[in-house]
Write a protein that binds this ligand. Structure first.
Ligand code: NI
Length: 208
């Protein structure tokens, strides 16, 4: 992990799940170069949010943080299974093909079959700065690939074959209408304010 810049960063504050088409979900996240207390607190909040929503993985974009970081616990239960934190992950060595139904906490209610490589290697950093290298198959491989897509600003709906993509598009349109409605009623910040916050968080903890 590169040295942290010496300028103090601003805090992150309380986090909440965001849904499509929140701008954080649609822009690629940036590598973290500063792992400070605020990031550790954010990760802790992310586990709370993931368990509460009954998810098994959660990417930073899904709580409106523009960082290359995601968490996984394939059991979806606190105190059960293994809590994994992947910072600045890189995927390699895709092998095989598997089709499996996926859902996403940022697209609640939508579940569709998604084709992905069956196995991959993930390299990343843990929260305490230790290098991670795992050769994955099965559910953990699936979740890691799904969460990695989030960091690229992609959703599982970007990986559907044509017919399924057309079906999904209608649902996405409904999500968009709901989101714009919430913005117009002031229940969500305006687009420019969301983007300004993402830019500031990025300046604080990512490489220029
Ligand atoms: Ni997701």
């Amino acid at each position: 992990m590169p040295d942290s810049p010496q300028v103090p960063a601003t805090g992150i504050g309380p986090l909440a799940l965001v849904e499509y088409p929140h701008p954080a979900l649609l822009r690629p996240a940036k590598p973290l170069v500063r792992i400070d207390e605020a990031v550790c607190d954010a990760v802790s909040q992310m586990f709370d949010i993931m368990y509460e929503a009954e998810g098994i993985g959660l990417a930073a974009n899904q709580v409106a943080l523009p960082y290359r970081l995601f968490i996984v616990n394939t059991t979806g239960r606190r105190g059960d299974g293994q809590e994994l934190v992947f910072i600045n992950p890189v995927l390699s060595r895709p092998r095989g093909t598997a089709i499996q139904e996926e859902g996403c906490l940022s697209l609640p209610g939508l579940r569709m079959d998604v084709r992905r490589p069956e196995k991959i290697v993930v390299e990343a950093w843990s929260l305490d700065g230790q290098p991670i290298r795992l050769d994955l198959g099965g559910l953990l491989s699936r979740v890691v690939q799904h969460e990695f897509d989030h960091l690229e600003g992609k959703l599982f709906t970007d990986r559907l074959p044509e017919a399924a993509a057309i079906e999904a598009r209608r649902t996405l349109e409904t999500f968009r209408e709901v989101f714009l409605g919430q913005q117009s009623r002031g229940e969500l910040p305006a687009h420019d304010d969301i983007v300004a916050r993402l830019d500031r968080l990025q300046v604080d903890r990512c490489q220029a």
